[in-house]
Design a protein around this ligand. Structure first.
Ligand code: 6PG
Length: 475
């Protein structure tokens, strides 16, 4: 009996996705560049192997799938995907669908989608989030491609996706690169979320002098409240774990230099390209960059030393409540920015990205899954075209309730010399966004002085240059 679907690439994500597909009653053919891995995988599959056809050659693999064939490619993003597509092409037939499920740059997805246009083959760019566990038991799936190709894979993708109160976390989001773009912004928000959590950890560790265990307890407490989310949950677990070798807190034995594979950076770059302020994501990417310059930081600490922490807040419980509120306020800013980037990209690429749907399919399965996303879903369902999440009634109330805490926390960190780039960028973003009269009038005057750029006047009068006198540009 032929398979209904195929999957190439039995790495961590691919093999777990294949097991998930098989477990949901779908017959699947699999192929891996090294056949030894395919054998090993079939061994690991246990009872599920009955639903899996392991193939040693591409020819055999394609023949094992019933046409028209959906084929998931789950390999390292980049040139390897193009090579894999070329290798497959000679064996494929009209209406077969190639589905790239990697963390691909959406521009590559648009290119591949266009390349296959008119060939009879179709391309889907599919963002998959949730790590190993998500892939195995239910990821959040963001699909980009033609609506017709989506209709053909909807059933199988729905069967393997995460469910939030029974609601599947998978959706068609638009044509060509829409799915991969949304996954990229998901990751940008993931970077911001993780950075902000790490900054709060820094305040508790370096400001209040708390142990990893105790900080884990604080996050555990918060996970029962409004911050309830996967990232807070794993933060508690991580902080409470001990190193089997030394017995110390595991987190204290890990070098403070973070890696990155590119999706956070792409989010920041795309935001900048479209003129959208995504300061939380930018701060998170810059935070990882500086973290990796460990040797330079060590040398700089020898020169500057560290400032003494500010006086401990006298009401410890109140300060913990401030930290919880601050994290919520900053999170609102970062998510508002991420959604604003998607709104701009939707216009620019003609996608009609459905904001309530995106929030809805992020509620379960993905790395940023949380209760909070259910609230975002409601806000966008009521106002799908709102300019900024911050001004929706529910979120503006939340910001009003928490911004004073964010202000106190950022002040404490600044006085203590504890870096909080993402938290402070959130505060600056909010303070800038909600102030009708800013200071760019001075920038406009400077631009006019040296470059005769001209300015708009508050009274609307038709006189657009200043009386700058000597040294100024002449218009
Ligand atoms: C997910 C994750 C996953 C991975 C990214 C980001 O949604 O399941 O985002 O895709 O964590 O590759 O990784 P880096 O932190 O290495 O850039």
């Amino acid at each position: 009996q032929q398979a209904e679907i195929g999957l190439i690439g039995l790495g961590v994500m691919g093999s777990n996705l294949a097991l998930n597909i098989a477990e949901k009653g779908n017959r699947i053919a699999v192929f891996n560049r090294t056949p030894a891995r395919t054998k090993e995988f079939l061994g690991e599959a246990g009872d599920l192997a009955a639903n899996i056809i392991g193939c040693e050659t591409i020819k055999e693999f394609v023949a094992a799938i019933r046409p028209p064939r959906p084929i998931i490619i789950m390999i390292k993003a980049g040139d390897a995907v193009d090579q894999q597509m070329e290798q497959l092409k000679p064996y494929l037939e009209a209406n077969d669908i190639l589905i790239d499920a990697g963390n691909t740059n959406f521009r590559d997805t648009i290119r591949r989608f266009d390349h296959l246009k008119g060939s009879g083959l179709t391309f889907i760019g599919m963002g998959v989030s949730g790590g190993e566990e998500g892939a195995r038991h239910g990821p959040s799936i963001m699909v980009g491609g033609t609506e017709e190709s989506w209709k053909r894979v909807e059933k199988v993708l729905t069967s393997i996706s995460a469910k939030f109160n029974g609601d599947p976390c998978v959706a068609w989001l638009g044509t060509d690169g829409a799915g991969h773009f949304v996954k990229t912004i998901h990751n940008g928000i993931e970077y911001a979320d993780m950075q902000m959590i790490a900054e709060i950890y820094g305040i508790l560790r370096d400001g209040l002098g708390m142990s990893a265990q105790d900080i884990g307890g604080v996050f555990g407490q918060w996970n029962t409240g409004r911050l309830n989310s996967y990232l807070i949950e794993i933060t508690e677990k991580v902080l409470k774990a001990n190193d089997p070798i030394t017995g110390n807190a595991m987190v204290d034995m890990i070098v403070d230099a973070a890696g990155q594979k590119g999706t956070g950076k792409w989010s920041a770059i795309e935001a900048q390209n479209m003129g959208v302020a995504a300061t939380g994501i930018e701060a998170a990417v810059a935070g990882r960059v500086l973290s990796s310059q460990k040797a330079e930081r060590e040398a700089a600490e020898k020169i500057f030393g560290l400032p003494a922490p500010a006086d401990k807040p006298h009401d410890g419980m109140a300060f913990l409540a401030d930290l919880e509120n601050a994290l919520l306020a900053a999170k609102i800013a970062a998510y508002a920015q991420g959604f604003a980037v998607m709104a701009a990209a939707s216009k620019e690429n003609g996608w009609s990205l459905p904001m309530p749907t995106i929030a809805r399919i992020w509620r379960a399965g993905c790395i940023i899954r949380s209760q909070f996303l259910d609230e975002i879903t409601s806000a966008f369902t009521k106002q799908p075209d709102v300019a900024n999440l911050i001004v929706t009634p529910a979120f503006s109330q939340m910001v009003k309730d928490t911004d004073a805490s964010l202000r106190r926390v950022v002040s404490y960190a600044a006085l203590s010399g504890i870096p909080v780039p993402a938290l402070s960028s959130a505060l600056a973003y909010f303070d800038t966004y909600r102030r009708a009269r800013g200071t760019a009038n001075l920038i406009q005057a400077q631009r006019d002085f040296f470059g005769a750029h001209g300015f708009d006047r508050v009274d609307g009068k038709d006189y657009h240059h200043g009386p700058w006198g000597s040294g100024a540009a002449i218009y």
